[in-house]
Write a protein that binds this ligand. Structure first.
Ligand SMILES: [Zn+2]
Length: 343
């Protein structure tokens, strides 16, 4: 036990980040958004950072507050024995934060006040930062972000630091985690605990008066931000989705639909009241909201999908070519491409 304990203490010390030391860090994308050296997670063996759902929701609301300008905040929590960050509490911008289209500086006094309390009262350490590249089209750290992070880690003799980059499309947001060390930042993915953080309420009870909350009331995550939604979908009893391998088929079909839409389009799988699967795409164009609904009947793939699209001017049904062969994915690609040509 003694051994285990001392190991944990040493590891915590090793990874501990003194938030005061990073106060001087000024985040900026620089004049241009250059492509940064972001290695793959597998190459460095980075651990998937852990985050509570409540913290992802909070950051989503902050990002949605600022659809055309950068915003950001800090992540507090702890490090596990193997160096995995655990995000227990996220903060957003303070009242005097500096938001600009390509850079964001946190309100230092706000960070100091909140960070001190989180550390002294709740034992949370500053384990990372997040900022939003809103709609800049950059879902990862800029070259400047990486160099700032790497030089700060070297200067402060830190082991690791978590950097998260947010994006949004005006309706929903994403947050991509990157593990940074003294060489580079490595893309990783979240391990989401689908619960409220155990410290969120206690922190608010203690210091709710100084915390700044986003104006946006509801979080909205882009498809893919939260992997494997918890509720088990209830497909119709005869649904083709009950057959093994069809989840993967649906995913491939969804990606194919996505590849035909603009990058800002939201493409998702929805279930209707009858337990039937739909691939629904929503986008906003010059004519406002536009929606495409592809229904997969229970008899699929023997029966063709059913496609309907609508915008402000009305809705229309589209009949595509459906020739079921051995591979339902190939049949779907032919079908959908024949529909796209009618738009
Ligand atoms: Zn950035």
């Amino acid at each position: 036990m003694k051994n285990k304990h001392s190991k944990r203490v040493r590891t915590v010390m090793e990874y501990r980040v003194k938030f005061l030391q990073t106060l001087g860090t000024i985040h900026s994308e620089g004049a241009r958004l250059t492509t940064p050296p972001v290695a793959s997670a597998a190459a460095s063996g980075a651990k998937a950072p852990i985050i509570f759902r409540s913290e992802l929701d909070y950051i989503s609301r902050c990002i949605l507050d600022c659809p055309n300008i950068e915003t950001g905040g800090q992540l507090f929590g702890s490090w596990t024995e193997d160096g995995t960050p655990v995000v227990l509490f996220a903060i957003g911008p303070g009242p005097h934060a500096n938001h600009q289209p390509t850079f964001f500086n946190q309100d230092v006094n706000y960070l100091l006040a909140v960070g001190t309390e989180l550390k002294n009262r709740f034992g949370l350490v500053h384990i990372g930062e997040w900022h939003s590249h809103h709609q800049l089209g950059l879902a990862r750290p800029s070259g400047h972000d990486v160099s700032t992070m790497v030089s700060t880690i070297r200067e402060k003799h830190l082991s690791r630091f978590l950097l998260c980059i947010g994006n949004c499309n005006g309706r929903s947001s994403s947050l991509n985690p990157f593990m940074c060390d003294d060489r580079t930042c490595v893309a990783t993915s979240w391990d989401v605990i689908r619960q409220e953080s155990p410290v969120r309420r206690p922190v608010y009870e203690h210091m709710g008066s100084i915390l700044v909350d986003p104006r946006t009331r509801f979080a909205s995550h882009m498809t893919g931000t939260l992997r494997d939604e918890p509720a088990r979908p209830r497909y119709a009893r005869d649904s083709w989705m009950n057959e093994q391998g069809n989840g993967q088929l649906l995913n491939r079909m969804m990606l194919h639909v996505k590849s035909h839409h603009s990058r800002s389009a939201e493409v998702s799988v929805k279930l209707d009241d009858m337990g039937r699967v739909h691939i629904v795409s929503v986008d906003y164009g010059r004519n406002g909201r536009w929606e495409e609904d592809i229904l997969f009947p229970d008899g699929f793939p023997g029966l063709a999908p059913f496609c309907r699209a609508c915008d402000r001017t009305g809705s229309a049904e589209f009949r595509g070519i459906w020739s079921m062969n051995d591979d339902p994915f190939v049949a779907f690609v032919d079908y959908y491409d024949s529909i796209i040509r009618q738009y």
